[in-house]
Design a protein around this ligand. Sequence first.
Ligand code: MN
Length: 362
Amino acid sequence: MKRRDFLKSAPLVAGASAASTFARVPQNQPAPDSGKGTLPGKIALEEHFMLPDFVEYFEETYPNISPEIAKMGLGVLPDLGDKRIEIMDRNGIDFVVLSLAGPGVQVERDAAVALRKSKSANDFLAREIQKRPSRYGGFAHLAMHNPVHAAGELERCIHDLKFQGAMINGQTNGEYLDLDKYSVFWERVAALEAPIYLHPANPVDRPAAYAGHTELWGPVCSWAFETAVHALRLVFAGVFDRYPKARLVLGHMGETLPLNLWRFDSRWMVCNRGSRTLPQMPSFYIKRNIAITTSGVCADAPLRCALDAMGEDNVMFSVDYPFEKTELAAQFIEHAKISENERIKVASENAKRILHLDRRIG
Ligand code: MN
């Protein structure tokens, strides 16, 4: 069996039985069609594409990135054909969950335009997935301007288009996902058990802390902190207490959260909480309701920290294509200083369970 056929034939179920599926895969020989990898085929889930209608939104990130990477991105992102597949094959990646490169309609002011465009992007992606169902999955692109519409579109994408969840690029017109108006959305997220990948983007304002430092505005610094704060807003607002089955995914080794779990708990006890209460400690919800990916971080120390802090079931491989080098990310996870059990979980097993890839068959 070719490794890429695993989605069609392997009994993809959670927990021990999924692990035993891979226990039968020889760990010391390259799989027949992998080229170089020794792992079962990897799954990656922060892998972007672009549509012409969304380039003007992507241009909003130009102040955050170098002109070279913007140009490279626009050149590579539209391809969903043989070139992308060839890069996956060369690096032992069997399956990617595709998402529109940000910020997308999160920065569209007109709610009706945002909804229309998001639906057309999802329809396009569904057609592309149909061409290569054993290689591509999808995250829905959602207009969060109207939470009821967003919940409806998420359900359509999960039930009708067979997507794996949704990717949301930060705040929408200054509003964050912990606001009461989004309860209807989180209720649906929990009911569908559809993971929500919270992807970095800019806030609406530019804090004085970044004045005069363009290098800190974007992937070096501000995106991680903006995204970490957004995730913590959800935790401390009790979203995961109210919706225990809601799950968030954070990229970039958890956007600094894993390093700080102890301190979140410790200082929660002494900070000015206002009227906020949580039945459990903050770290309880972070570990239960948030999973992270290795996207854009290829270093052993943060990976070790992430596995220890979040648990070995909550860390998933990703690349952040095309903004990160696929070969570097693949080589990193294949040789990282972690146990073989952890490596298999990070490379594919955790993603299969968290993304409900078993829904794709049968
Ligand atoms: Mn990304």
